[in-house]
Design a protein around this ligand. Structure first.
Ligand SMILES: [Zn+2]
Length: 246
Protein backbone atom coordinates (compact mmCIF):
# COMPACT_ATOMS: atom_id res chain seq x y z
CA UNK A 1 0.00 0.00 0.00
CA UNK A 2 1.36 3.41 -0.92
CA UNK A 3 1.99 5.83 1.91
CA UNK A 4 3.12 9.43 2.13
CA UNK A 5 4.94 11.55 4.69
CA UNK A 6 4.78 15.22 5.51
CA UNK A 7 8.18 16.86 5.82
CA UNK A 8 8.87 20.49 6.61
CA UNK A 9 10.88 22.88 4.49
CA UNK A 10 14.23 23.62 6.18
CA UNK A 11 14.12 27.29 5.14
CA UNK A 12 10.62 27.90 6.51
CA UNK A 13 11.39 25.93 9.66
CA UNK A 14 14.32 28.27 10.39
CA UNK A 15 12.34 31.33 9.37
CA UNK A 16 9.47 30.55 11.75
CA UNK A 17 11.94 29.76 14.54
CA UNK A 18 13.74 33.06 14.00
CA UNK A 19 10.44 34.97 14.05
CA UNK A 20 9.42 33.23 17.26
CA UNK A 21 12.77 34.04 18.91
CA UNK A 22 12.30 37.73 18.04
CA UNK A 23 8.65 37.87 19.08
CA UNK A 24 8.28 39.66 22.42
CA UNK A 25 5.75 37.06 23.56
CA UNK A 26 8.48 34.38 23.51
CA UNK A 27 10.39 36.38 26.14
CA UNK A 28 13.82 35.34 24.80
CA UNK A 29 16.58 37.77 25.77
CA UNK A 30 18.30 39.41 22.81
CA UNK A 31 21.69 37.93 23.71
CA UNK A 32 20.29 34.37 23.72
CA UNK A 33 18.53 34.42 20.34
CA UNK A 34 21.57 33.54 18.23
CA UNK A 35 22.58 30.78 20.62
CA UNK A 36 19.14 29.12 20.54
CA UNK A 37 18.95 29.53 16.78
CA UNK A 38 22.33 27.85 16.30
CA UNK A 39 21.21 24.96 18.52
CA UNK A 40 18.18 24.28 16.34
CA UNK A 41 20.30 24.58 13.21
CA UNK A 42 22.65 21.98 14.62
CA UNK A 43 19.74 19.56 15.11
CA UNK A 44 18.30 20.39 11.70
CA UNK A 45 21.49 19.74 9.72
CA UNK A 46 23.18 16.99 11.81
CA UNK A 47 24.67 14.64 9.22
CA UNK A 48 24.39 11.42 11.22
CA UNK A 49 21.98 10.01 13.77
CA UNK A 50 24.74 9.83 16.40
CA UNK A 51 25.58 13.52 15.91
CA UNK A 52 21.90 14.40 16.18
CA UNK A 53 21.53 12.60 19.52
CA UNK A 54 24.81 14.06 20.83
CA UNK A 55 23.68 17.58 19.86
CA UNK A 56 20.30 17.05 21.59
CA UNK A 57 22.04 15.90 24.77
CA UNK A 58 24.37 18.92 24.69
CA UNK A 59 21.44 21.28 24.23
CA UNK A 60 19.41 19.65 27.03
CA UNK A 61 22.31 20.06 29.44
CA UNK A 62 22.96 23.69 28.48
CA UNK A 63 22.36 25.98 31.46
CA UNK A 64 20.64 28.69 29.41
CA UNK A 65 18.23 26.16 27.93
CA UNK A 66 17.46 24.73 31.36
CA UNK A 67 16.73 28.22 32.67
CA UNK A 68 14.42 29.15 29.80
CA UNK A 69 11.09 27.34 30.17
CA UNK A 70 9.54 28.72 26.97
CA UNK A 71 12.46 27.66 24.77
CA UNK A 72 12.62 24.28 26.51
CA UNK A 73 8.92 23.69 25.84
CA UNK A 74 9.27 24.73 22.22
CA UNK A 75 12.31 22.50 21.78
CA UNK A 76 10.39 19.61 23.33
CA UNK A 77 7.45 20.05 20.95
CA UNK A 78 9.85 20.30 17.99
CA UNK A 79 11.70 17.18 19.14
CA UNK A 80 8.49 15.15 19.29
CA UNK A 81 8.03 15.94 15.57
CA UNK A 82 11.72 15.52 14.65
CA UNK A 83 11.00 13.14 11.71
CA UNK A 84 9.32 16.07 9.97
CA UNK A 85 12.25 18.49 10.04
CA UNK A 86 15.60 16.86 10.97
CA UNK A 87 17.38 16.42 7.63
CA UNK A 88 19.18 13.30 8.84
CA UNK A 89 15.89 11.52 9.61
CA UNK A 90 14.63 11.96 6.04
CA UNK A 91 17.79 10.74 4.33
CA UNK A 92 16.05 7.65 2.96
CA UNK A 93 13.26 9.64 1.29
CA UNK A 94 13.81 10.29 -2.39
CA UNK A 95 14.04 14.07 -2.05
CA UNK A 96 16.86 14.33 -4.65
CA UNK A 97 18.78 16.37 -2.10
CA UNK A 98 16.09 19.02 -1.69
CA UNK A 99 15.27 20.02 1.85
CA UNK A 100 13.27 23.10 1.02
CA UNK A 101 10.05 23.66 -0.92
CA UNK A 102 11.88 25.71 -3.58
CA UNK A 103 10.63 23.51 -6.40
CA UNK A 104 6.96 24.04 -5.58
CA UNK A 105 7.53 27.79 -5.08
CA UNK A 106 9.32 27.98 -8.43
CA UNK A 107 6.50 26.05 -10.12
CA UNK A 108 3.92 28.50 -8.76
CA UNK A 109 6.05 31.48 -9.86
CA UNK A 110 6.38 30.05 -13.38
CA UNK A 111 2.63 29.43 -13.55
CA UNK A 112 1.79 32.96 -12.38
CA UNK A 113 4.54 34.93 -14.15
CA UNK A 114 5.02 33.03 -17.39
CA UNK A 115 1.97 30.87 -18.09
CA UNK A 116 -0.60 33.39 -16.82
CA UNK A 117 1.65 36.32 -17.82
CA UNK A 118 0.76 37.98 -14.50
CA UNK A 119 -2.85 38.25 -15.62
CA UNK A 120 -5.79 37.16 -13.55
CA UNK A 121 -7.99 34.52 -15.18
CA UNK A 122 -11.57 35.59 -14.54
CA UNK A 123 -13.27 32.33 -15.40
CA UNK A 124 -12.54 28.64 -15.92
CA UNK A 125 -12.58 28.94 -19.73
CA UNK A 126 -9.81 31.57 -19.62
CA UNK A 127 -7.88 29.40 -17.20
CA UNK A 128 -8.30 26.41 -19.54
CA UNK A 129 -7.01 28.55 -22.42
CA UNK A 130 -3.87 29.57 -20.48
CA UNK A 131 -3.09 26.02 -19.42
CA UNK A 132 -3.66 24.41 -22.79
CA UNK A 133 -1.86 27.01 -24.91
CA UNK A 134 0.76 28.91 -22.90
CA UNK A 135 1.70 26.06 -20.58
CA UNK A 136 2.04 23.73 -23.54
CA UNK A 137 4.25 26.24 -25.35
CA UNK A 138 6.36 26.81 -22.23
CA UNK A 139 6.97 23.06 -21.78
CA UNK A 140 7.88 22.67 -25.46
CA UNK A 141 10.39 25.53 -25.23
CA UNK A 142 12.00 24.07 -22.11
CA UNK A 143 12.35 20.65 -23.76
CA UNK A 144 13.78 22.26 -26.90
CA UNK A 145 16.31 24.17 -24.77
CA UNK A 146 17.42 20.91 -23.16
CA UNK A 147 17.70 19.23 -26.58
CA UNK A 148 19.82 22.14 -27.82
CA UNK A 149 22.00 22.11 -24.70
CA UNK A 150 20.82 25.57 -23.65
CA UNK A 151 20.62 24.94 -19.91
CA UNK A 152 19.98 27.36 -17.11
CA UNK A 153 22.57 27.54 -14.33
CA UNK A 154 20.66 25.33 -11.93
CA UNK A 155 20.18 22.48 -14.39
CA UNK A 156 23.71 22.81 -15.79
CA UNK A 157 25.29 22.59 -12.35
CA UNK A 158 23.28 19.68 -11.02
CA UNK A 159 22.40 17.45 -13.93
CA UNK A 160 25.27 17.62 -16.39
CA UNK A 161 28.74 16.15 -16.35
CA UNK A 162 30.56 19.46 -16.75
CA UNK A 163 29.21 20.94 -13.55
CA UNK A 164 29.33 17.73 -11.54
CA UNK A 165 31.69 16.10 -9.09
CA UNK A 166 32.12 13.11 -11.46
CA UNK A 167 35.73 14.07 -12.22
CA UNK A 168 36.71 13.49 -8.59
CA UNK A 169 35.81 9.79 -8.91
CA UNK A 170 38.52 7.53 -10.36
CA UNK A 171 37.26 5.27 -13.16
CA UNK A 172 39.28 2.38 -11.62
CA UNK A 173 37.07 2.52 -8.55
CA UNK A 174 33.91 1.76 -10.56
CA UNK A 175 33.00 -1.90 -11.17
CA UNK A 176 30.15 -3.24 -13.30
CA UNK A 177 27.78 -5.89 -11.92
CA UNK A 178 25.49 -8.48 -13.49
CA UNK A 179 22.84 -5.82 -13.86
CA UNK A 180 23.33 -3.31 -16.69
CA UNK A 181 22.47 -0.28 -14.59
CA UNK A 182 23.98 -1.22 -11.24
CA UNK A 183 27.64 -0.48 -10.35
CA UNK A 184 29.87 -0.69 -7.33
CA UNK A 185 32.01 2.34 -6.55
CA UNK A 186 34.78 2.27 -3.99
CA UNK A 187 34.68 5.08 -1.44
CA UNK A 188 37.32 7.78 -1.91
CA UNK A 189 38.06 7.95 1.80
CA UNK A 190 37.71 4.32 2.93
CA UNK A 191 39.06 1.45 0.78
CA UNK A 192 36.91 -1.06 2.61
CA UNK A 193 33.70 0.78 1.78
CA UNK A 194 31.83 0.27 -1.48
CA UNK A 195 28.75 2.17 -2.60
CA UNK A 196 26.04 0.68 -4.82
CA UNK A 197 24.93 2.94 -7.66
CA UNK A 198 21.61 2.27 -9.42
CA UNK A 199 21.26 4.41 -12.54
CA UNK A 200 17.67 3.32 -13.25
CA UNK A 201 16.32 5.07 -10.17
CA UNK A 202 19.21 7.57 -9.83
CA UNK A 203 20.38 6.58 -6.36
CA UNK A 204 23.61 5.59 -4.63
CA UNK A 205 24.05 4.11 -1.16
CA UNK A 206 26.61 6.78 -0.15
CA UNK A 207 25.40 9.29 2.47
CA UNK A 208 24.76 12.02 -0.09
CA UNK A 209 23.36 9.92 -2.91
CA UNK A 210 20.88 7.77 -1.01
CA UNK A 211 18.07 10.34 -1.29
CA UNK A 212 18.51 10.46 -5.06
CA UNK A 213 20.69 13.55 -5.19
CA UNK A 214 22.65 13.82 -8.47
CA UNK A 215 26.19 13.12 -7.25
CA UNK A 216 29.61 12.20 -8.58
CA UNK A 217 29.33 8.41 -8.13
CA UNK A 218 26.24 8.14 -10.34
CA UNK A 219 27.55 10.50 -12.99
CA UNK A 220 31.00 8.88 -13.09
CA UNK A 221 29.47 5.38 -13.51
CA UNK A 222 27.16 6.71 -16.20
CA UNK A 223 30.14 8.24 -18.04
CA UNK A 224 32.49 5.29 -17.76
CA UNK A 225 29.98 2.71 -18.99
CA UNK A 226 28.05 5.12 -21.24
CA UNK A 227 24.72 4.37 -19.62
CA UNK A 228 21.74 6.65 -19.30
CA UNK A 229 21.05 7.87 -15.80
CA UNK A 230 17.81 9.30 -14.45
CA UNK A 231 19.86 12.13 -12.93
CA UNK A 232 21.92 13.05 -15.99
CA UNK A 233 20.89 15.09 -18.96
CA UNK A 234 22.39 13.62 -22.15
CA UNK A 235 24.82 16.08 -23.64
CA UNK A 236 25.17 17.11 -27.25
CA UNK A 237 28.65 18.51 -26.57
CA UNK A 238 31.44 16.38 -28.08
CA UNK A 239 33.87 17.64 -25.47
CA UNK A 240 31.64 16.66 -22.51
CA UNK A 241 30.69 13.32 -24.07
CA UNK A 242 34.35 12.35 -24.43
CA UNK A 243 35.33 13.58 -20.99
CA UNK A 244 35.93 10.32 -19.12
CA UNK A 245 36.61 9.98 -15.41
CA UNK A 246 40.34 9.64 -14.67
ZN1 LIG B 1 27.33 8.10 -4.15
Amino acid sequence: MASSYTVLCAFHFLQSTWQWLWNSSSGIAGKDRLLFMSMLKELLFADSFEKLLAAKQRIDSNVKVQQNVKFRNRLQSYWERREEWCVNLRKDFITRGNNTNNYSEAAIRITKDIVFDRLKAYNSIQMFQFVTTTMDLYCKQRLLSLANNRLDNFVALRFTISGSTADTVSSHSIQATDSDDVFHVQSRTDNQQTWRVDLTVGTCTCPRGRNGQPRGHQLAASLKYKRHSLNKIPTSSVCAANCMPK
